[in-house]
Ligand binder design. Sequence first.
Ligand code: ADP
Ligand code: MG
Length: 254
Amino acid sequence: MTEPLVRATGVTKSFGHNKVLNGVDFEVRAGEVSCIIGPSGSGKSTFLRCINALETADAGGLEVAGSQVGYSLEGGSYRPWRDRDFAKFRAGIGMVFQRFNLYAHLDAAENVATSLVNVAKMDKVAARRRALEELDRVGLAAHAAKRPHQLSGGQQQRVAIARALAMDPTLMLFDEPTSALDPELVEEVLESMKALALGGMTMVVVTHEIGFAREVGDTLSFFDAGTIIESGAPDRVLSDASSPRTRAFLDKVL
Ligand code: ADP
Ligand code: MG
């Protein structure tokens, strides 16, 4: 068995008095697709943001791609982790949000190329070539010169996926990537994600698309009030959830 790419043990996080993560245990191995479901406000987004160090956990262990995320021991006390490899760590984790967060004034190819130039320090010609390849991978080669407002929501989200993939991530995090889309646009985004999964990408996907979780997920975890109360093979969790809270949630979304 390979080492997990993400290993969380007892991760906690509060915002003021609001304890949002209350002891999260979670693992994903290289090449696995791990889906996360659960009610709004249960801490799913916060947990994803801890994985790529957009948030710092208060306590617990969080190891991501060989780095201890969250804390490092400095001068005898733990400090938020910010070592010199931080930028490299961050660049190795792609994140796709519910809102696509594209740059409105840039076309699709420029949206994909911009991090390659600014973060990966690629020269502009190479970055553009790479951007066009990534857009092709998500079926958008013909739309490279369009700005976000000229693209559908589904196309914009696929640009966001291409932009993340261009950085050659070892891990992709998806936070409800289809929740802001009109229903008829959901499938094209899920198809791009499925192709990525089949290509062997390690993915953590927060989603309410149960069909996707069942078909593509290796594991399905159910978040409730800041902890994972159920986790396992998607078919098992969906058909035979042991917790009444999981059952109640599934009865609503299925
Ligand atoms: P989910 O993604 O499951 O809907 P979130 O992780 O977004 O849940 O939020 C969990 C809780 O944390 C919510 O009560 C939310 O208001 C709170 N929260 C999230 N981010 C912040 C923040 N930056 N500051 C304060 N509270 C936050
Ligand atoms: Mg969320």
